[in-house]
Design a protein around this ligand. Structure first.
Ligand code: PGA
Length: 250
């Protein structure tokens, strides 16, 4: 790999997951109050759930107006049915989109459905999002260092594409995606690391002891594709918001 510039991300360590959620929501509100038509890439997973609850409260209280914001998905399983609650789209609708009555037309989604031609869908999404890079990308981190579904060995310049989920990710998500008698997704479409790095600002959220080792590797280990999140050190304006457990090995 060519020599990359290396930057030190800003790291904020807070007491607990509640404070992490609150801090990230404050960042989002500040951005939208500064730029009403901000483009935001948003993740799914356990980590951001509380932040979405707090964001819904803030919108309801009129502390921020999402009328002109564009929300876009970071990634999505492939070949789950339209009404399957396991799709990231349905999870985001339940947690955030529906409660704030967010306009459908401003929600940029990746289709999952069995009738979807995944490579074509990935190309469609790539064209849609590369026209306007995100103002902010909110991320979680997998225990294997993935960001989005960019699993280890994903190139740092990768774009939106179909990916096969690693055994590590399948095991970590087992409880959420394995349903008796139902198809277990093995593929996904994800924004590439290149798409993520193109954003104006990147905010990584991580909480809990189970993320401590990979957070250490991402921030202190070598920058290489074995740990996709280490790519975040190749650009500026990256913020890690950690609870004390996730930061415990730094
Ligand atoms: P989690 O997932 O928030 O459920 O830990 C994060 C991820 O896998 O990116």
């Amino acid at each position: 790999m060519l020599a990359q510039p290396e930057y030190q991300p800003q790291i904020i360590t807070l007491e607990d997951p509640e404070k992490v959620a609150y801090f990230v929501v404050t960042q989002i509100i500040a951005l939208v109050n500064r730029k009403a038509n901000a483009v935001m890439t948003i993740p799914t997973g356990k980590t951001p759930e509380r932040a979405y609850e707090l964001l819904v409260e803030a919108v309801r209280k009129g502390e921020v107006d999402f009328d002109k914001v564009i929300l876009r998905m970071l990634d999505e399983y492939q070949w789950l049915k339209r009404n399957d609650p396991r799709t990231f789209q349905n999870q985001l609708r339940k947690l955030l989109i529906n409660p704030i009555h967010f306009p459908n037309i401003q929600f940029q989604t990746i289709n999952s459905y069995p009738e979807t031609d995944s490579p074509k869908e990935a190309d469609r999404y790539e064209k849609l999002i590369s026209a306007t890079p995100s103002d902010i990308v909110i991320l979680g981190i997998g225990q294997n260092g993935h960001i989005g579904f960019n699993e280890p060995l994903s190139p740092f310049d990768s774009r939106t594409r179909v990916v096969q989920l690693s055994d590590n990710t399948l095991a970590a998500n087992k409880k959420d995606i394995q349903r008796h008698g139902q198809y277990t997704p093995e593929y996904a479409i994800t924004q590439g690391i290149g798409n993520i790095l193109e954003a104006d600002r990147i905010v990584m959220m991580a909480t809990g002891e189970s993320k401590a080792d990979i957070i250490r590797q991402a921030l202190k280990g070598e920058i290489n594709t074995d740990v996709p999140a280490s790519a975040l050190r190749t650009r500026q304006n990256v913020l890690f918001v950690l609870d004390s457990a996730a930061a415990s090995q730094l």
